[in-house]
Design a protein around this ligand. Structure first.
Ligand SMILES: N[C@@H](CCC(=O)N[C@@H](CS)C(=O)NCC(=O)O)C(=O)O
Length: 224
């Protein structure tokens, strides 16, 4: 199987780390987001969204990191995607929560807006208005993540066993490292991120983004 990816891509790293942890062999093909390779006609034939990741398994092409994670977990019969109906529904619920609620406001509205030039809004009013609105929304989502999805007793989202929701969600939260987010008001989130960072393949999966983080050192960002 081939994975089109970029090391600075939040959603690529979720798939990479899960595949490494599961021992799933993937051929990695870099799509250079910084030179706009995602918009090339060749890549658009693979993924018309001009985004990574994309998985190709023989004649089957799959986009969307959440769907890719589920596909790989199913192939590997991974307990990270439980088969029991309600347990699986809960994992799906948490994955949708990260994707549809959290990432929109925190990833796109707070982090990408500030660190990626092509996400900058066309004028200062629009940019700062989006940032203020997204920071406010993100604080609300983080409180829910801290108190409801993780809580004081769980090592992972929704319980004490790692699931696909952890692989998907942690990247969407830890991307806050780029802008110096320490999540101090959210102790359960901090503890969970630390648990995930202690996984054996975290370092390998994050070499690229750590390089990018180093290039941002010294810049000032609005944080949470
Ligand atoms: N919903 C998609 C989102 C993928 C996504 O946001 N990919 C970003 C990198 S994290 C991307 O490829 N961006 C291309 C761009 O910024 O032009 C998924 O979960 O796979």
């Amino acid at each position: 199987m081939k994975l089109y990816y970029h090391p600075a891509s939040t959603t690529s790293r979720s798939v990479q780390m899960f595949a490494l942890d599961q021992g799933i062999a993937l051929d990695y093909e870099l799509v250079d987001l910084f030179t706009g390779a995602q918009h090339s006609p060749e890549y658009k034939r693979v993924n018309p969204n001009s985004m990574v990741p994309t998985l190709v398994d023989g004649d089957f092409t799959l986009t969307e990191s959440s769907a890719i994670l589920k596909y790989l977990a199913e192939k590997a019969s991974s307990p990270a995607y439980p088969k029991e109906l309600k347990a699986r529904a809960r994992v799906n619920e948490h994955m949708d929560w990260f994707n549809a609620n959290f990432n929109k406001d925190f990833g796109y509205g707070v982090v990408y807006l500030q660190v990626f030039p092509h996400h900058k809004r066309p004028n200062e009013d629009c940019h700062s208005g989006t940032l203020d609105w997204s920071r406010d929304k993100s604080a609300g989502w983080l409180k829910i993540l801290d108190e409801n999805l993780i809580g004081p007793k769980n090592a992972y989202v929704g319980g004490n066993s790692i699931t696909l929701a952890d692989y998907l969600g942690v990247e969407m939260v830890a991307i806050g490292d780029l802008i110096g987010c320490e999540f101090a008001p959210y102790p359960n989130v901090q503890r969970w991120v630390k648990n995930m960072k202690s996984l054996k393949n975290w370092g390998k999966t994050h070499e690229g983004i750590n390089g990018f983080a180093a290039s941002l050192k010294g810049k000032r960002f609005a944080t949470l």
